[in-house]
Design a protein around this ligand. Structure first.
Ligand SMILES: Cc1cc2nc3c(=O)[nH]c(=O)nc-3n(C[C@H](O)[C@H](O)[C@H](O)COP(=O)(O)O)c2cc1C
Length: 191
């Protein structure tokens, strides 16, 4: 059945990592699906501590992938075949840990393995404590990830889970979805 909406039939992979802001990723996935996108969600093991895969599987109506060694994931779709079709990969929220792994080309889980096989734009929305965000190592990793071609949706100033009001909060879902729409509008439709 043909979808309708600003993202009708656009193929998007959403990576979710182990941040308290993983709860907001459910809203992002829901908004993408409501705009007609075909969404596949890949979670890190840590992300599943914050939100159950069932939530994303229900919202996206596609199988959530966590473990690359899961027997089901070794057939199809795999971490590589997901990237054959993807028109955009969004990681929201992205932890300091996953930024570091992407900056250094590491591939020790489903999400980071998939990132190395990407042929489409990569958009990353970090979320973390303000002192983590301003840490020089994190900022160096952000700069490196940008050099590698990813777009960073900067975290916002707001109340953080640790109780401070500072920069580090995941960008609002509406802003993230608008960035995805903008990115895909520039690329036009893939056959
Ligand atoms: C309650 C709690 C909240 C956390 N929130 C964040 C966060 O917002 N950002 C972040 O970078 N790490 C956060 N962490 C730490 C990550 O979960 C940890 O570094 C983990 O290894 C990340 O794994 P992943 O990058 O594979 O998802 C949090 C940890 C806990 C226990």
């Amino acid at each position: 059945m043909k979808s309708h909406g600003s993202l009708a039939d656009r193929r998007i992979v959403v990576g979710v990592t182990g941040s308290i802001a993983a709860t907001k990723a459910a809203e992002v996935v829901s908004q993408l699906v409501q705009r007609g996108a075909q969404v596949h969600v890949v979670m890190t093991r840590a992300a599943t501590q914050f939100v159950g895969p069932l939530t994303f599987q229900t919202l996206a109506r596609t199988r959530v992938m966590v473990d690359p060694f899961d027997l089901e994931n070794v057939i199809d779709p795999t971490h590589v075949s997901l990237t054959d079709e993807a028109e955009l990969v969004l990681i929201a929220p992205a932890t300091a840990n996953v930024l570091a792994k992407i900056a250094h080309g590491m591939a020790d889980d489903m999400l980071t393995s998939l990132v190395l096989a990407i042929q489409c734009p990569l958009v990353i929305a970090p979320a973390m404590n303000d002192r983590m965000w301003s840490n020089k190592a994190v900022q160096a990793n952000v700069a490196r990830v940008r050099e590698l071609g990813a777009e960073i949706i900067e975290p916002e100033k707001g109340f953080l889970a640790c109780g401070t009001y500072a920069v580090g909060r995941l960008a609002e879902p509406a802003r993230i979805v608008a960035e995805v729409e903008k990115r895909l509008a520039h690329r036009g439709l893939r056959g």
